[in-house]
Design a protein around this ligand. Structure first.
Ligand SMILES: Nc1ncnc2c1ncn2[C@@H]1O[C@H](COP(=O)(O)OP(=O)(O)O)[C@@H](O)[C@H]1O
Ligand SMILES: [Mg+2]
Length: 290
């Protein structure tokens, strides 16, 4: 079992902005979802875990090794797919993986060849190994990104908003691939989409403004909301009044009628009870902390 332990982490950027505010988390093997809106601090947290930037204070340990001060261990055992991979060089998929494998310290040629072939097969890119990565579609680039992250059999894999720009089918295939891998390693998936977390992550955390707002198993978090979610169709002009009176967690137009969803621990006249789902969990946590 691998364990990543983050303790009271803080990160203040040079301009004085506090992107991480006292985050503590313990993450074990399996798929861990880091869910939060844009600007929540997800990328800041991930870049700090992988050692691209140093925290202002606090500690990060992977398998009890302090990775802030001793970056060798995490580097050796880490696969990282950043949110923005930048521009790919004009090199084919095979050669680029080979190059990255050498950088990762896989010096033995036969071992490198084996790993590259296995990984390209795993991400369904073996038939495209001679094609320039630059010319890949979005989904293929993301799958290539996973292949490079998996080189060297990492114990921890961190992927930052990997499904952005993928169509639903590609997103499913990509998420399943990650989930298959995650039985033996730590996989941290950051996303602003509840969908990505829903069926895949055994544990999740909701963060915003550099803080952890809620952590738990998706199923249990949903259970906490049982009999507490209510909905009602209202007129547009009533919305402000309802917002003042109730804890409105979301609103949507259904056939041009406005439906509001609210959180309430007591039954409300005129409202219909709703079976809670992970979207309710997410929007309820965000609205109660805004
Ligand atoms: N290098 C930086 N210097 C100053 N502020 C930054 C820097 N990088 C990110 N930020 C700010 O930190 C906040 C969190 O950003 P980020 O970690 O990218 O969030 P997320 O990945 O959840 O969208 C944002 O307000 C962003 O503008
Ligand atoms: Mg980000």
């Amino acid at each position: 079992m691998n364990t990543l332990k983050i303790d009271n982490l803080n990160l203040t950027y040079k301009n004085g902005y506090n992107a991480i505010n006292g985050i503590s988390l313990e993450i074990k093997n399996g798929m861990f979802g880091l869910l939060g809106p844009n600007g929540a601090g997800k990328s800041s947290l991930m870049k700090t875990i992988v050692g691209l930037q140093k925290p202002t204070s606090g500690s990060i340990a992977f398998n009890d090794i302090d990775v802030v001060n001793d970056t060798d261990y995490i580097k050796k055992n880490l696969g990282f797919l950043p949110q923005d991979f930048g521009v790919y060089p004009k090199v084919n998929a095979y050669d680029l993986l080979n190059h990255i494998a050498i950088l990762k310290g896989i010096t033995e040629k036969k071992e490198r060849q084996n790993q590259i072939q296995n990984l390209l097969e795993k991400v369904n890119l073996w038939n495209f190994r001679d094609k320039e990565v630059q010319k890949f579609s979005g989904g293929m680039k993301q799958r290539f990104g996973v292949a490079q992250a998996l080189l060297g059999n990492p114990k921890i894999i961190i992927v930052d908003e990997p499904t952005a720009g993928l169509d639903p089918e590609e997103r499913n295939r990509f998420n399943t691939l990650l989930s298959d891998i995650s039985t033996e390693v730590v996989v941290i998936l950051s996303t602003h989409l509840v969908k990505d977390v829903k069926n895949l992550c055994s544990e999740m955390t909701i963060m915003n403004r550099g803080k952890v707002l809620k952590t738990g198993k998706p199923k249990e978090l949903i259970k906490e909301l049982e009999a507490k979610i209510w909905s009602k169709f209202i007129n547009n002009e009533e919305l402000e009044t309802y917002k003042l009176k109730f804890n409105v967690i979301s609103q949507q137009l259904i056939e041009r009628q406005l439906q509001i969803t609210i959180f309430s621990t007591v039954q409300l006249e005129g409202f219909l009870p709703i079976e809670p789902n992970l979207e309710h969990v997410y929007f309820n946590v965000l609205s109660q902390n805004s």
